[in-house]
Design a protein around this ligand. Structure first.
Ligand SMILES: [Zn+2]
Length: 270
């Protein structure tokens, strides 16, 4: 068997892409197509009296078929016996972003899932996105085929946050409301590295292209495109606080720049 050629350098393992910020990308294969799905780890506070051990935060939890692999990858970074996963920050409750959440909550009993209150019915109660009043014909047709998730995060393991809410890690990770893709979709800004993890607010994919291609969120799974576009403009407006944008589906090892997102809006105004 030949060695597997990695499409991205962080494929199937966490790599430190910025100081204290790690990304791992797993490619979900579906026939000839591959969808890269990234999850992120953020180094939090040192554990008292154990300066070499830390609390950790995660952003998004990947796809269900990868749940066991993701837990292994997380454990490979959280090696110290006193290391702990404190929070799983969920950009939105689509299945490919919450897949390992239950397995991780089981592996780390003190861990909580951070989400937006508007996302709770989809994350905790199995509500289907078909209840969303979409603003595109594609979504309004496709939503009839959508089912509620079997993954249900127990409510007592959630921490529901809106933009501006203070929480234990608000100095390190800020919630930015970027609704539209789903009713409660949010982004997470890692303050020290000026990096923002935006979930599906934009994608950098190779579907139909030879090179990574930045695009709007796909209308097929985007509840409200008008609000999603406003959210893209909001991310662009964070220019003074952000150097790098990390979409969850990204073939670029370096993420994308604010200027690139601005370029997309300018070249394809909607
Ligand atoms: Zn999504």
């Amino acid at each position: 068997m030949g060695a597997v050629v990695k499409v991205v350098p962080d494929q199937d393992e966490y790599l430190e892409i910025r100081p204290g910020l790690f990304r791992s990308t797993i490619i979900l294969t579906a026939g000839p197509l591959g969808l890269p799905i990234a999850t992120f780890l953020i180094k939090g506070n040192p554990v008292p009296d154990q300066p070499e051990a830390h609390e950790w935060l995660m952003v998004d939890a990947g796809a269900p078929p990868h749940a066991d692999m993701i837990v292994q990858h997380v454990k490979a970074v959280l090696k110290h016996p006193k290391d702990s996963l404190k929070y799983i920050c969920i950009t939105h409750a689509h299945l490919d972003h919450i897949g390992a959440s239950i397995a991780l909550l089981d592996a780390y009993p003190g861990c909580m899932v951070v989400s937006h209150p508007e996302e709770k019915p989809f994350l905790c109660d199995g509500m289907s996105f078909k209840c969303c009043a979409g603003d595109t014909w594609i979504f309004n047709i496709m939503k009839h085929f959508m089912k509620g998730s079997k993954i249900r995060v127990p409510e007592h393991r959630t921490l529901l946050l809106r933009e501006g809410d203070e929480w234990e890690y608000s100095g390190l990770v800020k919630v930015v409301e970027t609704h539209g893709h789903t009713p409660g979709s949010i982004s997470f800004l890692h303050v020290p590295t000026r990096s923002i993890m935006i979930g599906d607010a934009s994608k950098n994919h190779m579907f139909l292209y030879k090179e990574p291609h930045l695009s709007y969120p796909l209308p097929i799974g985007t509840c409200h495109m008008g609000n999603a576009i406003k959210s893209m403009d909001k991310i662009i407006s964070l220019n003074d606080h952000v150097d790098t944008i990390f979409p969850a589906h990204d073939y670029s090892p370096e993420g994308i720049s604010v200027a690139q997102l601005q370029g997309l809006r300018a070249s394809d105004p909607r």
